[in-house]
Structure formats: structure tokens, C-alpha cells
Design a protein around this ligand. Sequence first.
Ligand SMILES: Cc1ncc(COP(=O)(O)O)c(C=O)c1O
Length: 368
Amino acid sequence: MSTIKALIDLKAFRHNLETVRKITGEDTAILPVLKADAYGHGVLPLAKEALKAGAPAICIGTIDEGIELRKAKIAAPIIILDGFLDEDIPEILKRRLTPVVFSADTAALLNRAAKKDGKIINVHIKFDTGMSRLGIPFTDAEESIKKIKRLKNLKVEGIMTHLASSTDTNSPQTEFQIGRFDKIIEMVKRNKLTPKWIHSANSGGILNFPSSHYNAVRPGIMLYGIPPSPLKNKKIELKPIMTLTSRIISIKTLPSGEGIGYNATYITPRSKRIGVVMGGYADGVKRLLSNQGAVLWNNKPLPVVGNICMDNFMIDLSRAPEAVQGDEVILLGPQHEKISSQIWAEMATTIPYEIFCDIGRRVERIAK
Ligand SMILES: Cc1ncc(COP(=O)(O)O)c(C=O)c1O
């Protein structure tokens, strides 16, 4: 049993799914992005919840993540967003995964393997309209569509693109990408392909660019309750679903002038009660929170003092004279702005996505 725990609020997750639904309307399918263990939140309970809420498929990053879900008896369509190699094709077929194909050559290889197995395999074709990551380049789109159309053992269930700058409403890039994608949709129609799903919008697209919604959207970070950039529309409320808790495992009173932690980056200015908390950078408590971060004890923020270690860090208990060994502290969550993922991200000069993905394997995820 681990002392540091990530409590995952399934009701808040539901609320966030509903928020997406309200923005996009009932007729737009939600394809939740649950890659990287649901951005570190723990994939299985969230996959089940999303499917219960009506998601027609779920999106994950890699073949291994797909295999894990199939082993956990998830029978729904699983879309592999982030690529695969030729040697992954047998597993794709065996596990009935839905790969995103990003070149006509890979599509041909998949088709050959499916034909050999006597199977028809569902795929989504990904077009690169400006992200310059995975996807068929815009300039090759029509030729590739023609080639893929000829592959009789592939069923093109979806076409998609990915938006690079949808959090930036001042950038012309999203409209430019949508313009290219609209042209690709025309090519697809012209070539008589009839994909069920057409999708481009990540959370930024959902929130900022209605023209990117088409008939399906791929929300990630907003389902975890975090807007991809500050929300301008005050009517939209997202609820962070993770609360990271731990406990004080030791308390001591140190005299004035004592150094705390590696390299004594904090020196007690007077006699102080110091708490040692279980959890450190191996658990995702970023080292850049050293002498900057805070934890919540009985709703009171208490400062982190000294450098965060691998498995522990220290807090100043001056404002919590009643704190005792074993008390719970909240490290990260929606309960206070000083422990929000956005504040962590600011201190660690990164984005909340990375904060969540870095929550370590030792942290027990408890979804309720
Ligand atoms: C292809 C694709 N679609 C959708 C998403 C979801 O993005 P966000 O978490 O910003 O909503 C991601 C996330 O990285 C992605 O790679």
C-alpha cells in the first residue's frame, strides 16, 4: 500500500465529458484521449466511465496501451493515435485495434497482413495539415487517398488531422489547418470514401474553434479538468479530477541555523518544527518545487522547505502547531490555487500535461 495516492474523481470526469458535449452538441461524438495511462491518471476506470457515458471509441497512444486495455476486457474500438512499426501489425490484427495510418505504404502493409488473415481492419487516416508530426503530407493527400481506396481489406472508418496551435486564438495556423483539412474532406468525397468519423479538435479546438469540430472530437486535457490555456468563456467550468495526497511521516523541531535537505538550500531562521512528507521526485513531485511549492494541511497551505528528494520532502509546520505524524497533506489538486497543476507547471517551467504524466508508478491511483 503506498502512502502517496492519486485520488481520481469519476464524477468530475463525467462532468468534464458533459461539458465537452454541451460545447459540441449531441451529434458530435466524443473520442476521449486516454493515452499515457490517461495522462497519468490511470486508464482503466476512465476508459470504462467514458464508454458508459457513450463514447463510441477511445483513443490511446501506443499498441502496448491497446493490448493492456484488451487484456482488461475492454471490447470497444481502440484507436492508436501515435504510430506503430511494421512489426506491430500482427498484434494490431490479433487485438482488433484501430490504427491511425499515416502513409499509403503502411496502409498497404496492413492491408496485405489483413488479407492474409482473411480480415477487414478498421483504420483512421491521418493527414498532416501543419503539425508536421505523423500524417500524410497535404501535398500527397489525393494520391494517397486513391491508393488507400484500392486496399480492400482496410475499412476507412475515420479521417483526421491534428491541430498544432489551437490554444492560440490569435494565431492564423488553426484556420489554415482547417482550410487544408476541408480540402482533404472534398478529396475523400470525390474519391468515394465514406468515413464515419471526421475529426481534428483537441481541447483547444473544442474550446476555441467550432469549425474544427466536424462530427467527432478528441478531448484530452480538458477531460482531466484542466483547460489547455486559460478559459475565456466564464460559462465553461472544468473540474480537475486528480487529488494527490500523502502523509507526514516524521516531525522534528530544529534549532535556528540548521540546513534542510541536500545542499542545505534552506537554513532555519529560528527554531522550527519541520515535517517530512512521503513522496519525492520519483513520484512526480517535481524537484523545481524545492523552496517554492506548498502542501495543504487542514486547508492551510504550508511551504516546502529545502530541496525535494527522491522519496521525501520537508515542509515548514510553523503555521500548523497541531500537526502530528501521520496527518494527511494534499500535494496537488483543485482544493487550493497554491496546489493546482497550473502552479506546479509554472514552478517547474512546463505544462500541466507533463506534471500529470510524470506522476510515478509507485503512486496508487484510486478512482471513485
Ligand atoms: C492526436 C491527438 N489528438 C488529441 C489529443 C488531445 O489533446 P489535448 O490534451 O490538448 O486535448 C492529443 C494529445 O496530445 C493528440 O496527440
